[in-house]
Design a protein around this ligand. Sequence first.
Ligand code: SAH
Length: 259
Amino acid sequence: MSKILILKEKKEFIPELDKSLIVVKQRQYFVEDLNQDFHTNYGVIGKDELKKKDGSIIKSSQGKEFILFSAGFTDKYKRIKRLPQTMPLKDIGLIIAETAINKDSIIVEAGVGSGALTACLANICKQVYSYEINQQHLDASKQNLEMLDLKNINIKNKDIYQGIDEKEVDVIVLDLAEPWQVINHAKTSLKIGGFFVSYSPSATQLQNFVNELNKQDNFIVIKSVELLERFWKVEGRIVRPKIMPIAHSGFITIARRIC
Ligand code: SAH
């Protein structure tokens, strides 16, 4: 069990300046070990305090107040070790919603990379079978998935271009360089009606994948999309897009096996 500690932002009215200023900035801490005192920049919090129930207000040795609650999936997810580029949550969200992944879904995924997508899939589906060829990525992703306490993942040290062992799969999700090399395997592994998804950063990968799929009778391409995410600053009367470029992540193609 791990917990989150929030030090709430505090503002004070300064009469000389005739305005409120932030005197304590909001801070968030992740507490992994509840059996040891926890050190913050604002003093130490005793281990007995850390065991109090969610929503408790607890005090540090410097008298600063923190709100305490249990860490959830996203709190732990943010702490995963990232080796290759992970898939952003916006793209993961789209894939999950478009393919209606739920507690009964059986999913095949490749490659695992750091296990970011794997974790989000396993968090809601029945079982994930994940293929990965790189030993370093295998080790890092196993550590990440252990930290997240996910048990419904079978990670295989296998090249998915050589084949897929599983049959009657609901969804196949690919995040690798040559997704078109998996089309023939997806034909026999996916259920009829099952979803075949590929995520690729480059337009030429998208082009090859979709053109290859379109040559097949077994699949229909539902859509290819790029999802742009824009962050907004909301502060009193200031409500405007944050000044930062809208970054490109990848193109997502969603297809379905029809025969
Ligand atoms: N979706 C992952 C990132 C995947 S990065 C995440 O969100 O964390 C791509 C991964 O695919 C790399 O780790 C690479 O080693 C792996 N890979 C490349 N070709 C592969 C293949 N033929 N079979 C299995 N894994 C492969």
